[in-house]
Design a protein around this ligand. Structure first.
Ligand SMILES: NC(=O)c1ccc[n+]([C@@H]2O[C@H](COP(=O)([O-])OP(=O)(O)OC[C@H]3O[C@@H](n4cnc5c(N)ncnc54)[C@H](O)[C@@H]3O)[C@@H](O)[C@H]2O)c1
Length: 322
């Protein structure tokens, strides 16, 4: 394990911060190089090496990969669903070219593994809404979903054509307290905690009965690491794995929060994100991930809510209102 040297691209983002810290625990601080376009996240400062890097600059990425003796890349840089709808061309460009740059370098430098996340956003209105299976009709209606679906097939192609061991998970909406979410349709499920603690009221940008698949960050980090540590022969899906954590609506999470904050109220002012949410499944069937590499979620809505309310630091409340 000590021979591996990992580059995390997009390390200052919602997933990147926690994944980098988890990888540093496993592989040693010096063996996990964090990188991002923006400045190093304060939670990463002093915990290991950091380089400023634009994934679109293939030459620089290639130089860093060689210079740092990188053997694995985790590519997290992307434009998410809601932000993507505001600038479709940029979302397509970054989400596709960033991935192709990494896959090409992995091929040329014979990297041992690559991780790239997909999303439940690959599914569209014609996909089954409940227990959406691993293989089904996939007709995404967002540019983000289109880029993720195309990306899945690029991963599959590079594995079969060039032997690049690239692995992927279709994350549901991720809920965390350490770093802020980056412009997704499920961001409400993070904002609601901060607003509940600070103002005892939240105005939700989705309707009260909008069920979506969600996952608490500790489960998402564990899923990622378990997939990446699984023996190669266990990986039967080379596009991207469905994984499931929990499903709930804004109304349900609000009443769970109310158990700890009795006066908490919620109102609803749906915006353009409602249409995106309506196109996604309400729950996900992850039986293939369970069978192939033993995936099991640990957090349900009640446990996640308890943990979020205990861990959100008063200082982070100010950050969400910048
Ligand atoms: N957070 C979720 O709920 C969720 C759900 C499904 C899939 N995903 C996927 O997981 C991955 C990470 O998501 P996240 O929530 O951490 O996103 P995020 O927006 O919080 O973080 C992405 C990071 O990438 C960086 N970045 C952007 N452009 C870059 C570039 N050109 N070069 C280098 N870095 C650049 C950003 O500065 C940011 O720190 C993405 O692929 C996303 O699509 C996230």
């Amino acid at each position: 394990m000590t021979k591996e040297k990992i580059l995390v691209i997009g390390a200052s983002g919602q997933i990147g911060v926690e994944l980098t810290l988890a990888l540093r625990k496993m592989y040693g601080d010096a063996n996990v190089v964090a990188s991002d376009l923006r400045e190093e996240n304060e939670l990463l400062r002093g915990t290991g090496p950091y380089v400023s890097l634009d994934v679109m600059n293939k030459e620089m990425l290639h130089v860093q990969t060689i210079r740092q003796n990188i053997t694995q890349i985790y590519l997290l840089a992307a434009i998410l669903s809601a932000t993507g709808e505001k600038n479709p061309a940029l979302a397509w460009h970054l989400n596709m070219q960033g991935l192709l740059n990494v896959l090409d370098i992995a091929k040329e430098e014979k990297l041992s593994k690559v991780y790239w996340p997909s999303s439940i956003a690959v599914f569209g209105p014609s996909s089954p809404t409940t227990n959406c299976p691993q293989q089904t009709i996939i007709e995404p209606i967002t540019v983000y979903g289109i880029s993720k679906f195309a990306g899945e097939f690029w991963c599959n192609y590079y594995f079969h054509r060039f032997g690049v061991d690239v692995r992927s998970i279709r994350y549901p909406g991720l809920i965390s307290y350490k770093s802020a979410p980056g412009g997704g349709t499920t961001d409400y499920a993070v904002e609601i905690f901060h607003e509940a603690l600070e103002h005892k009221h939240y105005t939700c940008f989705l309707e009260k009965d909008t069920y979506l698949p969600m996952m608490y960050m500790p489960d998402a980090i564990r899923a990622t690491i378990e997939l990446m540590e699984a023996p190669k022969e266990k990986i039967s899906v080379r596009t991207s794995y469905n994984v499931s954590g929990m499903s709930f609506s804004p109304e349900e999470i609000a009443s769970e929060i109310r158990k700890s904050i009795p006066g908490f109220t919620i109102s609803y002012a749906p915006d353009y994100r409602q249409k995106i949410a309506n196109s996604w499944p309400q729950s996900i069937d992850d039986s293939v991930a369970r069978k192939d590499w033993g995936w099991r979620p640990e957090y349900d809505l009640a446990e996640m809510t308890r943990d979020m309310l205990v861990n959100i630091e008063p200082s982070s409340l100010a950050d969400t209102h910048k």
